[in-house]
Design a protein around this ligand. Sequence first.
Ligand code: HEC
Ligand code: HEC
Ligand code: HEC
Length: 410
Amino acid sequence: MSDITTQKWSGKVPRPRRTLLALFAVSCAVAGLVAIGCAEEPKEAEEPLMASFEPEVRQAANGMYIQRTPSEDITPSSSATAQYHHPVENVPYNTYYLKADERGCNACHEDLGALLDNSPYGHVKISNDLGIEVTVDQCFHCHTDSGAITNQQSFGAMIHGIHKDVENADCMTCHTASNNGNDMELWDAVKHHEMRGFTDIAAEVLGTFSFTQTGVDSLDKIAKMARQTAYLCQSMPSVGQGDASQWAITVSGDVENAFAATKEELDAEGQHHATMGCSCGGNPAGGTASVNAEVAGISVQTILEMARPNAEANTIVFTSADGYETALPLFYVRHHYSLIVWEVNGQPIADSMGGVNQLWLGSTPAFAYVRDVASITFETRQTPPPTPGLESRAEGNLPNVSVTEGTAQA
Ligand code: HEC
Ligand code: HEC
Ligand code: HEC
């Protein structure tokens, strides 16, 4: 655990001394005045004390300089006492928020991703090659909100246990408590709000941006994505046992023509081919749980034409061989290109995603990509199911989580 120290993870970088107080002292001295106004300003003798509270600039192992607490905004035109007279504009962050440099997970851990990569227990790898920072809110994605942990809401208890005997890890190194009614908030969750943003000390960053939607990932990459979803989406498929050529789908419910059809019969209705994406909804910039594939199968549109749902039907339910159900609004499925897929990159889907078939839905997070579809039913519900993805988009702040390996790193 080489990156763990009880406090600072690298030496302090020398910074130019704050010149403002020095200027005051000089102007008083030059004028030869011991005017009352001057005498009441902070004295030269206090400067080393003030300077000791200045935000630190630390150097990370990769050479990058990081200032974890913003600088106070005292411009030369304002008074040295501005922070007392105008506390809203001039927040003395490092004292106002009680040694902010020494708070939050990164006060002691330079890189939470690397910490997990080096964990003696092994942990699913969430650090990524694009240098996207692993932050503590990413932990909640699996440990609190969804994902692979059976014992949800246990993250705090686990972190408390790990740090029980850690020197300096008192409650307020990780938390903040005020009278705002929000109890023991995590400092890392509120720090940007409390400290009103960042002080950007990076040089100007220039780059180019490009993307493609026509590229197709290799079968290996697609299979890896399928393993990643086991952690990200709690998709633990017991799939792949069935005979890839011997499955059938029954279609029933509020339809004119209920029917059952084998794979061959569906194939005979006409195979559709498309390049489609499959991407985890909790997948961020830098997240690798995202693939493009050349898929083939029967379009759900064809199934709709064969089944002829009643005019009032508003819900379509896909049920897997193991009983797992995904209900979607019928209008949504009508308006998104969707296929029941059995071939990926020209190979049986068992070779990559697993299972005998899978629903692929255009422009939809992959949690709706139900595998081993065995029946499709049409229903008329009083409240149709929600549009996929809309809820999390309304929350607007998806955690920045990626899983770069589907297995624990021993
Ligand atoms: C005051 C310093 C300090 C703070 C703040 C701190 N940690 Fe730690 N952390 C440590 C130390 C020291 C250890 C090693 C403890 C041990 O081995 O007994 C540790 C261990 C860990 C481990 C176990 C690592 C392993 O490989 O077993 C995890 C995970 C962890 N910390 C996560 C966090 C998270 C998440 C936060 C913020 C919520 C946090 N830490 C805040 C000092 C700190
Ligand atoms: C993609 C899902 C995922 C994310 C994100 C995630 N974890 Fe985990 N974590 C797991 C799984 C799965 C386990 C194993 C749980 C089990 O075996 O029941 C685990 C276990 C742990 C353990 C127990 C010891 C170990 O290493 O197995 C610690 C400590 C831990 N996680 C810390 C963290 C911290 C800190 C973060 C955020 C920086 C984090 N985890 C983010 C999935 C995740
Ligand atoms: C090393 C970091 C760390 C330290 C030190 C720490 N906590 Fe926590 N605490 C956490 C994390 C992480 C959570 C989980 C937060 C979450 O799930 O949103 C948590 C959760 C909590 C919660 C539940 C908060 C809620 O809103 O449900 C309470 C209460 C709490 N801690 C109290 C304490 C007290 C009291 C101390 C000191 C004795 C302490 N913590 C020390 C990291 C820490």
